[in-house]
Design a protein around this ligand. Structure first.
Ligand SMILES: *[C@@H]1O[C@H](CO)[C@@H](O)[C@H](O)[C@H]1NC(C)=O
Ligand SMILES: *[C@@H]1O[C@H](CO)[C@@H](O)[C@H](O)[C@H]1NC(C)=O
Ligand SMILES: *[C@@H]1O[C@H](CO)[C@@H](O)[C@H](O)[C@H]1NC(C)=O
Ligand SMILES: *[C@@H]1O[C@H](CO)[C@@H](O)[C@H](O)[C@H]1NC(C)=O
Ligand SMILES: *[C@@H]1O[C@H](CO)[C@@H](O)[C@H](O)[C@H]1NC(C)=O
Ligand SMILES: *[C@@H]1O[C@H](CO)[C@@H](O)[C@H](O)[C@H]1NC(C)=O
Ligand SMILES: *[C@@H]1O[C@H](CO)[C@@H](O)[C@H](O)[C@H]1NC(C)=O
Ligand SMILES: *[C@@H]1O[C@H](CO)[C@@H](O)[C@H](O)[C@H]1NC(C)=O
Ligand SMILES: *[C@@H]1O[C@H](CO)[C@@H](O)[C@H](O)[C@H]1NC(C)=O
Ligand SMILES: *[C@@H]1O[C@H](CO)[C@@H](O)[C@H](O)[C@H]1NC(C)=O
Ligand SMILES: *[C@@H]1O[C@H](CO)[C@@H](O)[C@H](O)[C@H]1NC(C)=O
Ligand SMILES: *[C@@H]1O[C@H](CO)[C@@H](O)[C@H](O)[C@H]1NC(C)=O
Length: 675
């Protein structure tokens, strides 16, 4: 009996012990809580942008504070302080470095303003396995203290303004044998080239590195021996470096496990080696913006059955598009644009790629045949973005009507006739049909509210402008220049629209400039040049404009003197109209004005002594300007001044030409592009 009671008692004790220790496990230790509050106190952060730190306070369990994690005994092991608008308060003696069991620290996406170094105190956090200081605004040399964090599995210091010289990369990672992920994008590493004496450090010590990202690190010349021994790499990103001395063959044969290879803008030359097809794990390949040449053999992509994303844009590849591409059913995005691929290409091929969402064949020497296609069989395609610019198309590929595209580019073909109403789809956001032979728009048509940019320039669209823009439109770019539009300028832009670029230049539009343009355009560019518009300039047009071109019309009257105090005007071309009166005094408010051309008008004023130091071009040619050219101001950026064919008198001595420094620049190139 007694023993039974004893047993019961003991078991209660045990269970309560278990219970209590269990609940203690959830509690952060008092000294850790104090340290957290001390850290919050020291950090300088914007509390209206912070979502975690700002909510740290003494009420509530500190291990559950946002961004905090503790281990079983209540020590803080993880601080995720990314995106907290921290701008300072992390000195070498910061409380941050007293969390001695910290394993994960994330200070990414903060705002150290390129005035703070990475604090050396980081070296005290010897338990760190994950350190993320990316996009945080740190500056200067990466501190050697990081090289003592021997447990690091992931280090991300990309997108700051850092350099790696002393220590250099080899020294930094010498003892970081556990590293699996290393992100150094934007870290200046010009010391990372071949040096015979120290070539073997990275490789022999980073056996497990699977991710290496060194985008825009200033790499050039041969890469060190040690780099080539990182055989476990699965993700390699070296975009925006000078790898002209690197053979693609070496990249392919040394890293057999690659799944991601991005080498955009690396000055690569030569052909893609046939061994490329050995990289059977490839998922994502970007070789765009290089000078790679040669043709792609028809069997080229056999075996790359995992390939999702292939970007070969802007190289010098030639020959046919290899058939083996169409045996990659997993392909999602294929960009072969701006190469020299030639031959006839059957669009029908793409039926074997049911999951393809992006296809770009623009800017090659291809003749795309959309002809003998049973268009209804395209019904299942996922295609969202289709670019077939400069593909020798003579009509709209019919199968497009079975797609619901977000982006369509058929520019620079020979497509004539009407723009079919199905082109507009329901989710289109970018449409480029420029440089064709289009004459009309099939009606009725419905422009989807999500359309953002439309380019119809350089066609043969005739008659009145028909674009009728939906209410709540997101259109901000409209170009219908170089067509045969005639009649009065009317464009039904809803009041709340956000058009930032509108060009109707080089048409035959007449009538006056309608005031609805004022409401529809935000700090924007408006180009109505080369029409036969008459009447005066609506004052409201000048209230909120960045670039205005009304040249080569019949616009008359005065230039309204209503430029606002915060005028943002940069470009003003009123050349070749019949404007009268004076240069408006309020133009002085436009302190960003660079280009002003009022030539070939009938203006009657004295020389405009505007205090606009940004001015680069001033054309007053052929007007009634008169009096002395006398100003006590300097235009340090002025490159072109044309005051010919006016009635100026006196000499030009009073102008301090020596202060017009831009004019003194050697060579005449700066003076090109004048009227
Ligand atoms: C904090 O951020 C808000 C919102 O962006 C901003 O308005 C405010 O000026 C910022 N405060 C400081 C002190 O930078
Ligand atoms: C403390 O934090 C909790 C949880 O974020 C919050 O609800 C509470 O309002 C805060 N208290 C103070 C005094 O800021
Ligand atoms: C970091 O470590 C050094 C040497 O071990 C020590 O002197 C210093 O106080 C530590 N700093 C902090 C903030 O704990
Ligand atoms: C670093 O943190 C940022 C922001 O949280 C994140 O986007 C990025 O992927 C992280 N880097 C690594 C290597 O996890
Ligand atoms: C790496 O570790 C070795 C042995 O502990 C040491 O001698 C060396 O200085 C360390 N290197 C760096 C860069 O910290
Ligand atoms: C590399 O990873 C393997 C498996 O994850 C592990 O067993 C090994 O210890 C790691 N090597 C080093 C040097 O960290
Ligand atoms: C690549 O594949 C070819 C066969 O296509 C084979 O002969 C060659 O040995 C492979 N190379 C490597 C490095 O695996
Ligand atoms: C296409 O995508 C679907 C859904 O993501 C997937 O289930 C299917 O396997 C993919 N097809 C191919 C051929 O990869
Ligand atoms: C394609 O270009 C190659 C040279 O790059 C040329 O030999 C071939 O004749 C061209 N084919 C066609 C159909 O134009
Ligand atoms: C422009 O907007 C103003 C209100 O800001 C309105 O009174 C005026 O009627 C609008 N003009 C046109 C032509 O839509
Ligand atoms: C003015 O524009 C008209 C019509 O575009 C053109 O014929 C004429 O040559 C231009 N005159 C000058 C001086 O540029
Ligand atoms: C220019 O304006 C002045 C007065 O502002 C006037 O006297 C003169 O006649 C005008 N010249 C011409 C050519 O209209």
């Amino acid at each position: 009996m007694l023993s039974n009671l004893m047993l019961l008692f003991i078991s209660i004790l045990v269970s309560s012990f278990i219970f209590t220790t269990h609940s203690y496990n959830n509690k952060c230790l008092r000294h850790q809580e104090i340290l957290l509050l001390q850290l919050k106190d020291e950090l300088i952060f914007n509390s209206s942008l912070s979502t975690k730190l700002v909510r740290w306070n003494e009420s509530g369990e500190c291990c559950k504070w946002h961004g905090v994690e503790c281990d079983a005994s209540g020590y803080v092991v993880s601080l995720q302080l990314d995106g907290e608008a921290i701008s300072g308060g992390v000195g070498d003696s910061s409380s941050l470095f007293r969390f001695k069991y910290l394993q994960k620290l994330n200070l990414a996406y903060n705002d150290f303003g390129y005035t703070h170094h990475i604090p050396k105190g980081i070296g005290n956090l010897t338990y760190l396995t994950h350190l993320n200081l990316s996009n945080a605004g740190f500056v200067g040399q990466v501190p050697s203290e990081i090289s003592s964090l021997t447990r690091l599995a992931s280090l991300d210091i990309s997108a700051n303004s850092l350099n790696l010289e002393h220590p250099n990369l080899e020294m930094l990672v010498q003892n970081l044998t556990e590293l699996r992920e290393l992100h150094l994008d934007g870290v200046n590493m010009s010391s990372f080239h071949e040096r015979k004496s120290q070539g073997h450090i990275i490789s022999s010590h980073l056996p497990n590195l699977t991710t290496l990202s060194m985008v825009g690190c200033g790499l050039y010349g041969p890469l060190p021996q040690s780099f080539w021994q990182l055989h476990s790499l699965s993700i390699l990103r070296l975009d925006e470096n000078d790898l002209s001395a690197v053979a693609l063959h070496d990249l392919v044969s040394n890293f057999p496990s690659l799944a991601t290879l991005t080498l955009s803008d690396c000055r690569l030359k030569g052909c893609i080696p046939s061994t490329f097809a050995n990289l059977t794990k490839l998922i994502h390949v970007d070789l765009s913006h290089n000078s790679l040449t040669g043709s792609l053999p028809s069997t080229f992509f056999e075996g790359l059955s995992n390939l999702f994303h292939l970007n070969l844009m802007a190289n010098i590849f030639s020959g046919n598009i290899p058939q083996s591409l169409f045996a990659l059913p997993s392909l999602l995005e294929l960009d072969l644009s701006y190469n020299q691929f030639n031959g006839t290409f059957q669009l029908d091929n793409f039926r074997s790629l049911p999951n393809l969402t992006l296809l770009d064949l623009s800017g090659n020497s291809l003749s795309v045949d959309a002809g003998n296609v049973n268009s209804s069989s395209y019904g299942g395609l996922q295609l969202k973005s289709l670019s077939l610019a400069s593909c020798n198309l003579s009509k709209f590929p019919d199968f497009i009507k079975h797609l619901d595209l977000k982006a369509l580019n058929l520019a620079n073909n020979q497509i004539a006739g009407e723009i079919p109403s199905w082109v507009w789809g329901t989710q289109l956001d970018h449409l480029d049909l420029s440089l064709n032979l289009l004459t009309d728009m099939q009606k009725p048509y419905h422009i989807p509210a999500c359309l953002q940019a439309i380019r119809l320039e350089s066609n043969q669209l005739k008659g009145e402008l028909q674009l009728s823009i939906p209410v709540e439109s997101q259109l901000h770019y409209i170009d219908v220049a170089n067509n045969l539009l005639s009649g009065e300028l009317q464009l039904h832009i809803p009041f709340i629209s956000d058009v930032r670029y509108l060009s109707l230049s080089h048409n035959n539009l007449n009538g006056s400039i309608p005031t609805f343009l004022c409401n529809a355009t935000h700090p924007s560019s408006l180009d109505l040049s080369g029409n036969i518009l008459s009447g005066s300039i609506p004052p409201c047009l000048l209230a909120n404009i960045f670039a205005l071109d009304l040249s080569r019309n019949n616009i008359s009257g005065n230039i309204p003197d209503i430029f606002p105090m915060d005028c943002g005007l940069n470009y003003l071309d009123l050349n070749n109209n019949t404007l009268e009166g004076k240069i408006p005094k309020s133009l002085e408010h436009c302190k960003w004005l660079e280009y002003m051309n009022v030539g070939n008008n009938m203006m009657n004023d004295t020389f405009p002594c505007m205090r606009t130091s940004t001015l680069r071009v001033l054309v007053l040619h052929s007007n009634g300007f008169h009096g002395h050219v006398r100003c006590h101001i300097s235009w340090p950026n002025l490159q072109i001044l044309d005051i010919s064919s006016n009635h100026f008198s006196g000499s030009l001595e009073s102008i301090n030409f020596s202060s017009w420094m831009a004019m003194e620049l050697p060579g005449d190139e700066k003076l090109r592009g004048g009227p």
